[in-house]
Design a protein around this ligand. Structure first.
Ligand code: NDP
Length: 459
C-alpha cells in the first residue's frame, strides 16, 4: 500500500483526512491520498522559493531539467509500473508512451531552453529588447488519462522559465506525480520550487484556481471543468491555458493506403482504451472502400491489447453511451459488452448505422467506443468532421489529398497518414470548445513567461 503525501517546501506532509486510490484492474485499494482543501502553505513555499529559482540563469535551470530527466530515466521501469498500476493500461503503453514521453518532456525543454535567443528590434534611433520574465507562482492541473506525461508537459516549461509551481494531478491517478516529487527531493531540487498537492478537483483544484497569489493556471481536462476554471480565473486576470475535450475524426479517403490506414486508425481508436484526448472516436470512411476497410479493421481489432477504463464510474458513463447508440438506431459491429471479471473492463466497441449528427457521434465518450460513418465526397467528409462543438485533433488517410483535406478540418492538430506523431516544438491545443491557447515549444515559453519590452534610445 502506497501512502501518497503532499510535497510542500521539500517535505512530504499529510492532512487529517485521506481517501482511497482504487485500481481499475480489479477495484482493489492501492494507495491512500490526502484530501487537501487548502493550498496556503504550498503557495507560501512557492513564493519563498521564487526569488532564488528565478534568479538562476536559464542555462542553470536547463541543467536542472536534465537532472530530473536523468533521474526519471534511471527509474523508467518504476514510473511505468506505477502508471500501469494506477491507470490499468498495459505495461508496454505505460513504458513506451507515458514513462518515456515524460522523460522526453524534461529533456526537450532542457535542450530547447539552451537554444532560446533574446529578441531585439532595431529602430532608426533606438533598440527594443524583449526580456522574458517568469510569471510567478503557477498552478498546473492535469487529468488521469496520461498522468505524468501531461503533468510533466507543464512542469518542465514552467520550471525552465523560472516559475515556481503548485501542481495537482488527478485524484484518480496520483502515484507518478508523487514519485516525481520524491525524485526531485532526492536530487536536491531547491525546496518550494515544485509543490504537489493531492485531493478532489472541486476542492484542492478549485483552491488553486481561486488563490490570488497564483498568477497563471495551466489546465488540462474536460470542457465542462474548463468552463468552471475559466469562470473563476478570468475575473482575476490570471494567465490561462485550457486544453479540453475532443471528438476527433479519422478520415479515410478513397485513395488511402489501406494497410497503413487500418492499423493507424485502429491505434487512434483504441490506444489507452480510447482515453487520449487525441484519439479518433469517429471513423469516416469513403463508401467505395468501406467494406474492405471494415473487414480489415474488425479483423485487426481482435488482436488489439487494451486495458480497462479508468474507473467504475467512468465505465458507467461509457456504457450509457453504448445504450444511447442503440436507442439512436446504432448497430454494434464489435464489443459493447462487459467481460465477466472484476475491474472496469469493457470490450472495445465499434458502432455503425448512426447519423453523424447523433448524440453518440458528437458528444465526447472518452473510452473504447468508436462510431463509423460512410461518405461519398471530400466535402462531405469535411462537413462531417467539422459538425461537433469540439476542434482538438484529427487524422486524414490519403495518398494524394491528405494535406488539402487536413487544412479544411476545424481543429488544432491534424495528422496525415500517421497519428500521435509528436514534435514537441509545434503548437498543441484545440479550437472551438476544445480549448484556449497553445502549449509546446515557443508556445509554452510564451505562456510561462511575461514578455517585457525595454526600448533604449540611442545616443
Ligand atoms: P476533469 O475535467 O474531470 O479533471 C481534470 C483535472 O481537473 C483533474 O485534476 C481534476 O481533479 C481537476 N478538477 C476537477 N474539478 C476542478 C475544479 N473545479 N477546479 C480545478 N480543478 C478541477 O477531466 P478528467 O480528469 O476526467 O480527464 C478527461 C478529460 O480531459 C477529457 O474530456 C479529455 O478530453 C480531456 N483531456 C484533454 C487533453 C488536451 O490536451 N486537450 C488531454 C487529455 C485529456 P480530480 O480528478 O481530482 O477531480
Amino acid at each position: 500500500m502506497i501512502h501518497v503525501e503532499n510535497l510542500i517546501d521539500g517535505q512530504f506532509v499529510n492532512v487529517e483526512e485521506n481517501f482511497d486510490d482504487i485500481s481499475p484492474i480489479d477495484f482493489s485499494v492501492i494507495a491512500t491520498i490526502p484530501r487537501t482543501k487548502n493550498v496556503d502553505a504550498a503557495v507560501t513555499a512557492a513564493k519563498n522559493a521564487f526569488g532564488g529559482w528565478s534568479s538562476l540563469t536559464l542555462h542553470q535551470r536547463c541543467d536542472w531539467l536534465d537532472k530530473i530527466a536523468d533521474e526519471l530515466e534511471n527509474q523508467i521501469e518504476e514510473v511505468a509500473r506505477l502508471e500501469a498500476l494506477d491507470t490499468g493500461k498495459p505495461m508496454e503503453v505505460a513504458l513506451n508512451v507515458d514513462a518515456s514521453r515524460s522523460v522526453n518532456n524534461f529533456r526537450f525543454f532542457a535542450d530547447f531552453g539552451r537554444t532560446l535567443e533574446s529578441q531585439e528590434f532595431k529602430m532608426d534611433d533606438a533598440t527594443n529588447y524583449v526580456v522574458r520574465k517568469p510569471v510567478g507562482v503557477v498552478g498546473l492541473i492535469s487529468p488521469w488519462n496520461l498522468p505524468l506525461y501531461l503533468l510533466s508537459w507543464k512542469i518542465a516549461p514552467a520550471l525552465l522559465m523560472g516559475n515556481t509551481i503548485i501542481a495537482k494531478p488527478s485524484e484518480i491517478t496520483p502515484l507518478t506525480a508523487h514519485f516525481l516529487g520524491k525524485l526531485c527531493v532526492k536530487i536536491g531540487l531547491p525546496d518550494g520550487v515544485l509543490n504537489i498537492v493531492h485531493g478532489y478537483g472541486p476542492e484542492v483544484g478549485q483552491a488553486i484556481v481561486e488563490h490570488s497569489e497564483i498568477k497563471a493556471i495551466s489546465f488540462t481536462g474536460g470542457t465542462s471543468t474548463g468552463k468552471i476554471v475559466a469562470a473563476t480565473a478570468a475575473p482575476m486576470f490570471k494567465k490561462l491555458s485550457l486544453e479540453l475535450g475532443g471528438k476527433n475524426a479519422s478520415i479515410v479517403l478513397d485513395d488511402a493506403d489501406l494497410e497503413i490506414a487500418v492499423s493507424g486508425v485502429l491505434r487512434s481508436s483504441f490506444l489507452n482504451s480510447g482515453q487520449i484526448c487525441l484519439c479518433g472516436s469517429r471513423v469516416l470512411v469513403h463508401s467505395s472502400i468501406y467494406e474492405e476497410f471494415m473487414e480489415k479493421y474488425l479483423r485487426e481489432l481482435k488482436e488489439f491489447n487494451i486495458g480497462p477504463v479508468i474507473s467504475e464510474q467512468h465505465r458507467s458513463k461509457v456504457l450509457s453511451y453504448i445504450e444511447l447508440a442503440k436507442e439512436e438506431g446504432g448497430r454494434i459491429l464489435a464489443g459493447g459488452r462487459v467481460p465477466d471479471k472484476a475491474g472496469a473492463w469493457i470490450e472495445p466497441t465499434v458502432i455503425t448505422g448512426l447519423s453523424h449528427t447523433s448524440r453518440t457521434a458528437t458528444e465526447e465518450i472518452f473510452g473504447p467506443v468508436v462510431t463509423v460513418h460512410k461518405f461519398d465526397t471530400d466535402d462531405e467528409a469535411i462537413e462531417m468532421a467539422n459538425c461537433t462543438q469540439y476542434g482538438l485533433a484529427g487524422s486524414v488517410w490519403s495518398k494524394h489529398r491528405g494535406r488539402e483535406v487536413a487544412e479544411k478540418i476545424e481543429s488544432g492538430m491534424v495528422w496525415v497518414n500517421t497519428w500521435l506523431h509528436r514534435d514537441l516544438r509545434v503548437p498543441f491545443g484545440g479550437v472551438k470548445d476544445s480549448g484556449v491557447g497553445r502549449e509546446g515549444g515557443m508556445w509554452s515559453i510564451g505562456f510561462f513567461s511575461e514578455a517585457v519590452n525595454i526600448c533604449v534610445m540611442e545616443d
